[in-house]
Design a protein around this ligand. Sequence first.
Ligand SMILES: Cc1cc2nc3c(=O)[nH]c(=O)nc-3n(C[C@H](O)[C@H](O)[C@H](O)COP(=O)(O)OP(=O)(O)OC[C@H]3O[C@@H](n4cnc5c(N)ncnc54)[C@H](O)[C@@H]3O)c2cc1C
Length: 498
Amino acid sequence: MSCFDVIVVGGGGSGLATAVSAAEQGVRVCVLEKQAAPGGTTGIAVGSFTSNRTRFQKEAGITDKLEDHVIDAGRFAPPDIEQHNNAALRRFFLNHSAEALHWLAGMGIRFQGPNPEPPNRQPRMHNAVPGAKAYIDTLVRRLQELGGSLVCGADVTELLMESGHVNGVCWKDTEGRVHRAGSRLGVVLAAGDYANAPDLIARFKGNDFQCIEGINPHASGDGHVLAEKAGARLLNMGVTYGPEIRFVPPADGTFQDRLPTTGWMAQWVGWLSNRLPKRWMQPFIKRLVVTWQHPEDALFDAGAILVNQNGERFTDERRSPQREIDIARQPNKQAYILLDESLIERFSAWPHFISTAPEIAYAYVKDYLHLRPDLAFEADQLHALADKRGLPAENLEKTVRQLNLDRPKDASAALKPLSGNRWVLLGPAKAWFTTTEGGAAINESFEVLDASGAALPGLYAVGQNGLGGQILWGHGLHIGWAMTSGYLLGRQFGGMRR
Ligand SMILES: Cc1cc2nc3c(=O)[nH]c(=O)nc-3n(C[C@H](O)[C@H](O)[C@H](O)COP(=O)(O)OP(=O)(O)OC[C@H]3O[C@@H](n4cnc5c(N)ncnc54)[C@H](O)[C@@H]3O)c2cc1C
């Protein structure tokens, strides 16, 4: 059996941050990653890291306060969600997040911003350039420089215990062979969330949500199951980010995927991103906004409808999350958004946008037609539109005829019949969980806790696996926590080794 100081379960953002931070302290660390390559949800994320009192804020002349961020972070989630927050742990995180951000910047990651995101009272959102993959590529390179081990295709299936102390793991390789690895200081659960684990979703959120997938198809909740089997208390397991409607990404990869993440080119792109005038940056940022952001509810409030690939309407578009559940029950779990002439006009100018990264960029109908020709189609007649998209034209026409009979024609009615000589179909769109917000209970030393609040010796958790009851709504706090928890825990192992 191979033996290390620390074994990290999961080579996503939090796992790699833990490993690098520990290896910098001379700790012998091994990361076991289930997939063929590291990355996890972090590797497909946008890359925002929201933090306070950073040197980038200071350089931009922004004076920020921890206590202000503590209050603002509680203003994103609705009260019924926010009431579940572990206030002490979230404050602890926000107090240390800038250290982690500076540590990453010191490794060569470039950040664009800080950008505003209301209700944050100060610009706090720092975006890794060109995207979150920069975290993964940079951390992997640094781990290799430091001599840490990273084994891919290693599916951790069991925690090893001796006298109630976690001291290793069992893992399976891609051929099904079983291996054991021992840990002297601890095993770190960094296996991400359970957005694509129907069993956990059904158990904690309800059977109706089981049909909804996670954006990351590999977000399987293994770390939560391992923690629970070891006796951990799991917190906030019914809280999820989403389900949300999002357009499917381009088949040939996103614009972001094509940009360099390390090396001089990445440094140059990063340098440029903070110097180019905002209007020059807009076209680039809009590409992100039309790739990952979800269509605003305002579209449906104004009368846009959802149809499936048979051209049929199947839900009440203004009833979320039922409409997301209904989308996931359609053929291929897909839907299309139909806009008539007046909706096209309305969603062509501020303040009526289709999707946004608030206060950074807004995307309108013409942006979708221009930047996402794979999912935005326009025609002057309904049947021509259906033909272009490969939907049965008769069905789509019948759907609109029926809708117009149902919607009152008087001018005062909230929703008007659909009509005119311009039609746009946007899609396919799917309903997805972005992340799940449940995690193992932990203390400020990242030790996993049981139902009585006692630490399970030798077991630690970080990132989404170790959320500890925090509510991290808004953009940039999930990556912030993944990196901050990993960074701090790695430092802590350094102290334990000496
Ligand atoms: C489209 C999208 C955009 C996002 N954008 C942002 C953003 O801009 N800012 C932000 O703050 N948050 C964002 N998020 C959320 C954020 O990216 C994640 O919450 C965060 O990166 C999770 O990091 P993690 O280390 O906890 O998990 P992950 O990065 O998912 O890493 C977990 C790793 O563990 C591995 N693993 C799982 N089970 C096992 C096992 N049994 N054995 C071994 N390995 C295992 C997985 O394969 C994975 O590599 C976004 C999410 C999505 C889906």
